[in-house]
Design a protein around this ligand. Structure first.
Ligand code: FAD
Length: 381
């Protein structure tokens, strides 16, 4: 194309800060559209092996399939029924409901493998940005200019704090205790209770759910899978900072990762499991080798674009997990960005269109998550 016919959005150099799901969705989508993204991830070690289960929403499966990144069927499990247990463990109600589940690891691994190594830089932390020039400054003192800077740094994003001081996660006053356990470590009568079903227990001010996800090595056949469970619970008078003090004595803000809960903290929750959960759920919780806990919070940013910087995925909005939308929203933000850049002649108008639509979507999602969570945990607002 002649230089005159070239649009200002034809091929952009893009810096992506954060190399988890959101960063990779963005980098892969933008690369396919002819842009030149480079991803900078602050972690020095592999992100694999750190995730649990996710609901594999349709747009995520489509993202993987359309770009030949993965065959969604090969990396997901499915259930055809939503089942609610009574406190004694009997099935109280059930209804047909098709759901598809994946492990965070399996999806991350496919996305990561699809993106070139030489443009995925680990151990590079963005410590400041200049929105006018889309410049990222790194912890090692270097910086990088680009046409566009995509910030996919998650809910704790330091760049968002720089752009919108005072905007941050708001604790929703309950937590999610979580874990995964190999199906082969469950007695067959326990595993059978979860086969082909998304299983729930709604208690007073608590909600527990479980579903099968692929095994560590990707196996999706019965016997090879893992059971993923999430137990939403209020802290019932417990001190939040005591619960979130890990085994090394560090107070964590959002998550105490697998293997890092202090013994007394977990022992107390196990006792509660025996007191309040249906026996089959208490059995699963007790048998889980490396449980973890995460604070449930809401995050709403006023805008997703500042000059030439975009906040994408959890960096901009975090809706409560009841919406099962975290990964899907990150993929949706990325695909919409690619599309708006394609349709608009100038970077400014593309980003403005993207900002309006995705900010509105994020606000609606966070509001929906709030309603769902407060209703399920019986929290008065
Ligand atoms: C290791 C890991 C495991 C997860 N497991 C699950 C799971 O099992 N189930 C689930 O529902 N969700 C999980 N999540 C969260 C899920 O990925 C997100 O909710 C959603 O997919 C949106 O992703 P995101 O990329 O916007 O944010 P995140 O997934 O939170 O990723 C943000 C990334 O940015 C990096 N980063 C942060 N600040 C900087 C900086 N200044 N410079 C460079 N890099 C930076 C972080 O190290 C991280 O890799 C996990 C996230 C991570 C990082």
């Amino acid at each position: 194309m002649s230089r005159r016919g070239r649009r200002s959005t034809d091929s952009l150099s893009v810096t992506v800060s954060g190399g988890s799901m959101g960063g990779l969705f963005a980098a892969l989508a933008l690369e396919e559209a002819g842009h030149e993204p480079t991803v900078y991830e602050r972690s020095t070690g592999d992100l694999r092996g750190r995730g649990a289960g996710i609901v594999a929403q349709e747009n995520v499966r489509r993202f993987l399939e359309r770009r030949d990144i993965a065959d969604p069927e090969a990396i997901t499990t499915a259930s055809s029924e939503r089942r609610f247990l009574a406190r004694d463990g009997d099935v109280e109600t059930s209804r047909p409901d098709s759901m598809v589940f994946a492990s965070w690891d399996a999806v991350y691994r496919r996305l990561r493998d699809a993106f070139p190594d030489d443009r995925y830089r680990m151990g590079r932390e963005v410590v400041g940005v200049d929105p006018g020039t889309a410049t990222a400054e790194f912890a090692d003192g270097t910086d990088r200019d680009a046409d566009l800077l995509v910030v996919a740094e998650g809910g704790q994003s330091a760049t968002r704090r720089q752009l919108f001081p005072g905007v941050g996660p708001e604790f929703a006053s309950y937590v999610a205790w979580r874990g995964v356990i190999d199906e082969s470590d469950l007695a067959s009568d326990v595993a059978d209770r979860f086969d082909d079903a998304f299983v729930f227990f709604q208690g007073p001010r608590l909600l527990m759910l479980a579903y099968f996800i692929p095994g560590d090595d990707g196996g999706t056949a019965p016997g090879e899978r893992r059971l993923n469970w999430v137990w939403y619970d209020t802290l019932e008078g417990r001190d939040r900072s005591a619960v979130f003090t890990d085994a090394t004595g560090t107070v964590r803000e959002i998550t105490v990762p697998p293997g890092s809960l202090r013994g007394p903290v977990w022992d107390r929750q196990l006792e509660r499991a025996r007191d309040v959960l249906p026996p089959v759920f208490a059995t699963v919780v007790e048998a889980t080798p490396a449980p973890f806990v995460q604070a449930i919070f809401d995050l709403t940013s006023p805008e997703m674009v500042v000059d030439r910087v975009c906040l994408l995925g959890d960096a901009a909005f975090v809706a409560r997990p009841h919406t099962a939308a975290g990964t899907a929203k990150a993929a949706g933000d990325a695909v919409a960005l690619e599309r708006d850049l394609e349709r608009r002649d100038s970077l400014e108008s593309a980003l403005s269109t993207w900002n309006d639509a995705r900010t509105e979507y994020g606000e609606r999602l966070v509001a929906r998550g709030r309603r769902m969570g407060d209703e399920r945990l019986n929290l008065a607002r």
